[in-house]
Ligand binder design. Structure first.
Ligand code: UD1
Length: 421
């Protein structure tokens, strides 16, 4: 199992290229199941989650090839004949549940293992089920698997989600693309990844309006055709690396970044006294004025502050001047990085969904453990400015969502290396 060792101190200077969005790619890949013709994605990030999704699609009978050093994924579902998504693959990654809608639309039948709990919370699938049942599917839970049937095909409907779930919106959008008639999805998620999925489905011939707003209208079509689609930039990777020069000091240009992907996050940075400017090729972030100001952060659905940047923001606020309150509203158990940051000298008090962080002058290096994807990168960020050495173990979590983290930070002067332990 790999660990990452960081020697803290030292400013960052340079450029970091932002990869394609993991979360967009994980919903774009299952869209291949909706068509007999090939779907090719470009600007694909090289991550273990993408490899897991490739493995899942192959198990369903799709052909998946990785080209251009992993940055292009060419898929064909012409021969995809297996509607069963096996527990052994699904349990590795919750996003595997995004094959449910496409399989159902394609075969009139899908058998998909429930993903099980994950470290950050229970994460049920009731909204996915409710939406697909509204489209006419019959869904039963047997032996840990969702058995979904729609032998006569799916039929458009009006669906109002009780919560704007990203995954449920994606599954419903994909299934409704091949349903008969019109689907109106109310209280839909508005994340940029939803807009990217709609753009790709439209390139495949789907009729979708309103993606990015709270109401999405999908006019079902008989068939979808092939397409080539570039994956949007990863706003979470962008936000993560925007914090690196703020924590470590220095100035970094994030290639491919734009403020529009992260407005609420950029507003918080502004409130904390951090300067972000747009450049020809992306965004520049610099920190030259010492400690940042403490700020309060409440996560929310898009366009709110992303839950996937809460751990990284906490790493920053550990050394801010004053007391910050972070409120997590999306997942019930997403402060597992707090005890690890406390091992590095942070002052954090967690009460339920709220963490109060009292900034200290400086953190100290320590052996720490990654508990989930975003938690692991928050420890790396904290370590950049901590005194001495930090060893982050269990970095397989990190490899799920950050490509070549040690190369990207190392190129800007961070003293960071990966070791096999
Ligand atoms: C996606 C992202 C994840 C991000 C999250 C919130 C992917 C692959 N993952 O996850 O990185 O943190 O959005 O921005 O895109 N819920 C239910 N019932 C459901 C579905 C969800 O109660 O049927 C709850 C969940 O338990 C959670 C909340 O809704 O508390 C948000 O979940 P959702 O928006 O569905 O997140 P994901 O699509 O799983």
């Amino acid at each position: 199992m790999d660990s990452i060792i960081i020697q803290g101190g030292g400013e960052l200077q340079g450029q970091i290229p932002i990869a394609g969005a993991k979360n967009a790619c994980l919903t774009l890949m299952p869209a291949t199941l909706l068509s007999e013709e090939p779907l090719t994605l470009t600007n694909v990030p090289r991550l273990s989650d993408i490899a897991t999704m490739s493995q899942l699609l192959q198990s369903l009978g799709a052909e998946v090839s990785s080209l251009a050093d992993g940055q292009v994924v060419a898929m064909s579902s012409h021969g995809a004949d297996n509607p069963v998504a096996d527990y052994e693959i699904v349990r590795k990654m919750r996003a595997s549940n995004l094959v449910l809608g496409p399989l159902l639309a394609r075969h009139g039948r899908a058998v998909v293992s429930l993903p099980g709990g994950c470290a950050i919370g229970a994460r049920p699938m009731d909204l996915h089920i409710h939406g697909l049942e509204a489209l006419g599917a019959k869904i039963e839970l047997k032996d840990g698997y969702l058995h979904a049937d729609a032998p006569k095909g799916l039929k458009g409907a009006r669906i109002a989600l009780r919560f704007a779930s990203v995954g449920a919106t994606e599954n419903i959008m994909m299934a409704a693309s091949l349903a008969k008639g019109t689907t109106e999805l109310v209280n839909a998620a508005r994340e940029p990844e939803i807009v990217d999925l709609a753009n790709c489905l439209r390139a495949m011939g789907a009729e979708i309006e309103g993606a990015g707003s709270g109401t999405i209208t999908i006019e079902g079509v008989d068939r979808l055709h092939g397409a080539t689609h570039p994956v949007i930039a990863d706003r979470i990777e962008l936000g993560t690396y925007m914090l690196a020069p703020v924590i470590a000091g220095g100035e970094v240009e994030l290639l491919g970044g734009r403020i529009g992907l992260l407005e609420s996050f950029c507003e918080k940075l502004d409130e904390a006294g951090i300067s972000v400017s747009e450049t020809k090729n992306g965004l520049r972030v610099s920190c030259k004025n010492g400690r940042v100001r403490a700020v309060n952060v409440k996560t929310g659905v898009f366009p709110g502050f992303p839950t996937d940047l809460q751990a990284q923001m906490m790493a920053l606020l550990c050394t801010a001047d004053g007391e910050s309150v972070l409120e997590e509203t999306i997942f019930e158990n997403r402060f597992m990085h707090a005890p690890e940051l406390i091992r590095m000298g942070a002052q954090i008090d967690v009460q339920g969904g709220t963490a109060t962080v009292t900034g200290v002058e400086r953190l100290k290096g320590a052996p720490v453990m990654a508990t989930d994807l975003r938690a692991s990168v928050s420890l790396i960020l904290a370590a950049l400015a901590a005194e001495g050495e930090t060893v982050v173990s269990r970095v397989y979590h990190l490899d799920r969502g950050y490509e070549r983290v040690e190369e990207k930070l190392g190129a800007c002067g961070a003293r960071i290396e990966r070791v096999k332990t």
